[in-house]
Ligand binder design. Structure first.
Ligand SMILES: *Cc1c(COP(=O)(O)O)cnc(C)c1O
Length: 382
C-alpha cells in the first residue's frame, strides 16, 4: 500500500491549481493584445472553480493584473475583504440594497437599466462619493445590455446623474467562437460602433471600450478596443470555446483533479457493479473504488462513460457514478495497488485527460466542468 495515502489524514480527493501557470497565461495574453490594451482576468464563479482569492492575489502580486471581472457584488466584496486592491468590475450589475457595498469597496459596476442609474446616483449622493460605472449595450445577444433604440434617452438620464462617473462602455459577443457566424459577430461590432457614436453625440467619452471575451480575443483583434475580458483562455481551457480555425496561444491548463484507490477487489466474470446494476463484468476483473462522486462535481453522465488515469494507463469508469463514490476497471493497469493516485483531469506519467476531453464526453464545455467542482473538493495550490 502507498504510505502517503495511509497517513494523509484527509479524504484523498483534491484539485491541484498551479498559480504560476495562470500568471504565465495572463502574461501571454497581455503580450498578444499589445501595450495599448488592458486585460481583465475573469474570476467570477470562484475563478471558474480555481479559487478566486488565491488567483487574484497571485495575479495582483506577480502579473500586476489590470482588472478583475466578477459576476456579482458579493464576489467583488469577498475579494476586497481578502485584500485585493486592483480594479474590479461586476459584470452582472447589482441588486437594490447593494449600492453602499459598491461605493464603500470601490467596486465598479455594469449598468443596463434606467433604475440602476437612479438608485446608484442617489446612494452616491448620500455617501458623498462618486460611483464608477460601465454601460453595457446589447449589440445582438439579447441578454444584458441597453438596446440601441433606448440608448439616447438612457444617456440623457445618465447626464443628469452627477454622482456617477462613466468609465466604460461594453458589449458581449454571442458567437465569436463560431466561424459560421462570423458575419453575426461583425454585425455586433458595427452596432457597438454605432453605440459609441451615440455616446459622443451626447458629449460623452467613456475612456474604456471593451467587447471581447476569450473567443473575441482569439479571433477579432479589430474588436479589442482598449480592454479585453478573458476567462477560458486565461485558465488554459479555451479549446472548446474559441474558433477552431485559428491556432490557440500556448496557454496551459492550471487545474487538475485527483483521487486515490481506497478499495481494490477481484471480481469474477458476470458480477454486477453499482446502482441499477448497469454494468456486468465480462472477465475476471480488478475493480477499484475511488472516493469521488456527483456531489464533488463528477456528474452522473460519466456513468459507464470515459476514462481516468492510473499509473499512466487509461482505466474506464464502470457502473453508475454515485454521490460520493465511483468504480473504475483497473484490470489492465500493471502493478495497480491500494492508494494509487487516480487522475480524472490532468497529466499523469506523460498521459493526459484534458478538461475539454472530460467535458466533450458528457456533451458540455470545460468551463462548466471546472465551475461545477464542489466545495467538498479541496483546492491545493502549487
Ligand atoms: C464570463 C464573461 C467573459 C469571459 O468569457 P470567456 O469565454 O470565459 O473568456 C467575458 N465577458 C463577460 C461579460 C462575461 O460574463
Amino acid at each position: 500500500m502507498n504510505q502517503e495515502f495511509y497517513r494523509s489524514g484527509h479524504r484523498p480527493t483534491w484539485a491541484e491549481v498551479r498559480l504560476d501557470r495562470l500568471v504565465h497565461n495572463y502574461q501571454l495574453i497581455k503580450q498578444h493584445v499589445g501595450p495599448k490594451v488592458q486585460v481583465m482576468a475573469m474570476i467570477k464563479a470562484n475563478a471558474y472553480g480555481h479559487g478566486a482569492t488565491p488567483v487574484a492575489l497571485r495575479l495582483e502580486q506577480e502579473a500586476n493584473a489590470d482588472w478583475f471581472g466578477v459576476a456579482t457584488p458579493e464576489e467583488g466584496l469577498s475579494l476586497r475583504r481578502a485584500g485585493v486592491t486592483r480594479p474590479i468590475l461586476c459584470l452582472g450589475g447589482f441588486w437594490h440594497g447593494q449600492e453602499p457595498d459598491l461605493l464603500d469597496h470601490q467596486l465598479t459596476t455594469t449598468i443596463f437599466r434606467f433604475d440602476m442609474l437612479e438608485s446608484l446616483n442617489s446612494t452616491a449622493k448620500v455617501l458623498g462619493k462618486r460611483a464608477r460605472i460601465h454601460v453595457k449595450v446589447d449589440s445582438g445577444m439579447g441578454r444584458l445590455g441597453i438596446q440601441l433604440s433606448e440608448l439616447e434617452e438612457f444617456l440623457q438620464t445618465l447626464s443628469r446623474c452627477s454622482f456617477l462617473e462613466l468609465e466604460g462602455v461594453l458589449t458581449h459577443f454571442a458567437a465569436a467562437d463560431d466561424p459560421d457566424k462570423h458575419d453575426f459577430t461583425l454585425q455586433q461590432i458595427a452596432r457597438y460602433q454605432t453605440a459609441l457614436e451615440i455616446f459622443s453625440s451626447q458629449g460623452l467619452t467613456p475612456p474604456l471600450h471593451h467587447l471581447c471575451n476569450s473567443a473575441g480575443t482569439h479571433a477579432f483583434p479589430e474588436a479589442y478596443g482598449n480592454l479585453v475580458r478573458v476567462g477560458g483562455m486565461f485558465y488554459g481551457i479555451a479549446q472548446d470555446s474559441v474558433s477552431p480555425l485559428i491556432p490557440l496561444l500556448p496557454v496551459v491548463p492550471a487545474l487538475s483533479l485527483h483521487s486515490r484507490i481506497i478499495l481494490l477487489k477481484t471480481l469474477s466474470s458476470g458480477h454486477a457493479l453499482g446502482y441499477g446494476c448497469t454494468y456486468t463484468t465480462t472477465r475476471t476483473s480488478q475493480i477499484a473504488t475511488i472516493p469521488i462522486g456527483y456531489a464533488d462535481g463528477v456528474c452522473r453522465a460519466h456513468s459507464n462513460h470515459g476514462d481516468v488515469l492510473v499509473r499512466g494507463h487509461r482505466a474506464p469508469i464502470v457502473g453508475r457514478v454515485s454521490m460520493d463514490l465511483t468504480l473504475i476497471d483497473v484490470t489492465d493497469v500493471p502493478g495497480v495497488t491500494l492508494g494509487d493516485q487516480v487522475t480524472l483531469i490532468g497529466e499523469q506519467e506523460g498521459k493526459c485527460i484534458t478538461a475539454e476531453e472530460y467535458a466533450n464526453r458528457i456533451q458540455t464545455i470545460a468551463l462548466e466542468v471546472t465551475t461545477s467542482l464542489s466545495e467538498r473538493v479541496p483546492r491545493l495550490y502549487l
